[in-house]
Each structure stands twice: as C-alpha cells, then as structure tokens.
Design a protein around this ligand. Structure first.
Ligand code: NAD
Length: 260
C-alpha cells in the first residue's frame, strides 16, 4: 500500500488495542493521524511512539458519548490539516454483561450510546470534511451481533454491534454520491484491553441455562485470539485505493471463530 502518504485519519478509541495498532500502522504508511480517546496519558504514549518512528499524530481527550467533545476534536483536526480522508470509528466498551432480566435502562443506554450513537455522531461530524475529495470510513463492529449470539449477557453489546452494520450500510448508500466508502470490520476475539470495560454480573449469568458450549478464544486458524496488528492490516487495506470498489460491506476477521 503506497497511496496513503499525507492522507488524514481520525481514529476513535486510539489509546489501546485495535485503534492504537491501526494508528501506528497508518502512520507508518505516511498518514497523519488524529487520535481520540478518554485516556489522555495512554494517547500521549501512542503519540510518542508514532513520532519516534517519524510519523505525525495529534491527540484529543475525547468522550465519544459527548457530541460536543467529539465534534470539537474532529473540527480541530480538519482545521489543522484542512481535510479528513479516513475515519476509523472504533471506540467501544463491553459494558454491563448481565441477563436481560437484570439489565437496567441505564446499562442499556450506556452501551448503546458509547458504541452505536457515537458511530452515527463520528460519521456525521466527519462528512463535511470528506465530501469534496471522497474518503474511507471504517467501523469496528464485531462477530457478536452479526454471526455469533453465544456470548450470554451481551445483549446490549451485540445489539450495538449489529446496529453499526445496519447504520454503515445506510451510510454507504447515502455517501456514495460523494465517493465516501463505508465498510465494517467484524473481529473475533482479539488480544486487547476490552475486557477491562466489562462490568460483569457473573452470579446472575451463572443462573442462565446455556444450551451450547462456546469455545472462547479457540480460533481454528491459529488456536488463539487474533492480534490487533492483524486487524490494523485490514484497516490499512480498507483505507487505501487497493479497496476502491469496496463499500457497504462487512468483513470478518476472526480466524474462522464464527464458523464454529
Ligand atoms: P480496548 O479497550 O483495548 O480499546 C478501546 C478504546 O476505546 C480504549 O482506549 C478506551 O479508552 C476507548 N473508549 C472507550 N469508551 C470511550 C469513550 N466513551 N470515548 C472515547 N474513547 C473511549 O478494546 P479494543 O478491543 O481495541 O476495542 C476496539 C473496538 O473493537 C471496540 O469497538 C470493540 O467493540 C471492537 N471489538 C473488539 C474485539 C476484541 O476481542 N477485542 C472483538 C470484536 C470487536
């Protein structure tokens, strides 16, 4: 991939995991990256790593659940670099993992707001800066909610991840007139810090009668979880002209986990 030099990317959830790895990989290809996350100290570490390698990164302490904070970061990125070519819509949490009977309206709203409403908002705020030259939007969804329904207690998470695919497809149709492509990536288990965002209700979960045994983390291709750098390679492909005719689709990156 050699066509990304001096492109501009906005990446949410860039302090850790898939967002961090994608920021590093895109920057190595010459992309100027704007990194948004709640965790400013971790963001500073990622920025340091990128600039040591000769890349360019700016950082914003941003809560994607807060429209004003998100809009400001995107506007300031466009002000600095005059355009946005790539958006990796990636920030997300597992949220409260509990049976539906014990999930509260607030649990539901927190997960949907953080994962799904923020997807709409990030896309919405990037459109004005992508309209003129076209661009690539990549939404980090999941196999959960699209191919896998076996992670009990994750009804809100799975709904948010399925919603991202539906939203992304509508956006792909609507934005095709501006040559803005929109694709969804659906990872299986990837070694990141996402489990730290889980609020687990294990006692209650143990009460659910589980009809199937789901072999967690057992991906046929590698017998282990995937690595964030492998997802970053897919993000680079979808950012580049190598994928110029691909839009409105979801790509599974799970070592065949979802086929078990
Ligand atoms: P991670 O926890 O390592 O990274 C997520 C980042 O998002 C963190 O840096 C966190 O601070 C940030 N974030 C969370 N809430 C935020 C908010 N309100 N505002 C701004 N930033 C916020 O996890 P990850 O696995 O890299 O997750 C990235 C995406 O990948 C998520 O959307 C997740 O649902 C998706 N995903 C992960 C896996 C997996 O197994 N790790 C599988 C499928 C999909």
């Amino acid at each position: 991939i050699n066509d990304l030099m001096d492109e501009v990317a906005v990446i949410t959830g860039a302090a850790s995991g898939i967002g961090r790895a994608s920021a590093i990989s895109l920057a190595a290809l010459g992309v100027k990256v704007s990194l948004l996350d709640l965790e400013i100290n971790q963001l500073m570490e990622v920025q340091k790593e990128i600039s040591h390698a000769g890349g360019e990164a700016i950082i914003f302490e941003t809560n994607v659940s807060d429209p004003i904070s998100l809009k400001n970061a995107i506007e300031q990125t466009a002000e600095k670099w005059k355009k946005i070519d790539i958006a990796l819509v990636n920030a997300g949490i597992n949220g409260r993992v509990a049976p539906i009977e014990t999930l509260t309206p607030l649990d539901w709203d927190t997960t949907i707001e953080t994962n799904l409403r923020s997807t709409f908002l990030t896309v919405r705020y990037c459109i004005p800066y992508m309209k003129e030259n076209g661009g690539s939007i990549i939404i980090t969804s999941s196999i959960n909610g699209n191919r896998i329904y076996k992670n009990f207690g994750m009804s809100a998470y799975s709904t948010s991840k399925a919603g991202q695919v539906a939203f992304g497809k509508m956006a792909a149709l609507e934005l095709a007139q501006y040559k803005i492509r929109v694709n969804m990536i659906c990872p299986g288990a990837i070694s990141t810090n996402i489990d730290a965002s889980t609020i687990s209700d294990q006692e209650k979960l143990n009460e659910i009668t589980i009809p199937v045994e789901y072999p967690k983390g057992n991906q046929p291709l590698a017998q282990k979880s995937g690595e964030p750098e492998q997802v970053a390679d897919l993000v680079c492909f979808l950012s580049s002209k190598a994928s110029s005719h691909i839009t409105g689709t979801e790509i599974y990156i799970d070592g065949a986990e979802s086929l078990l």
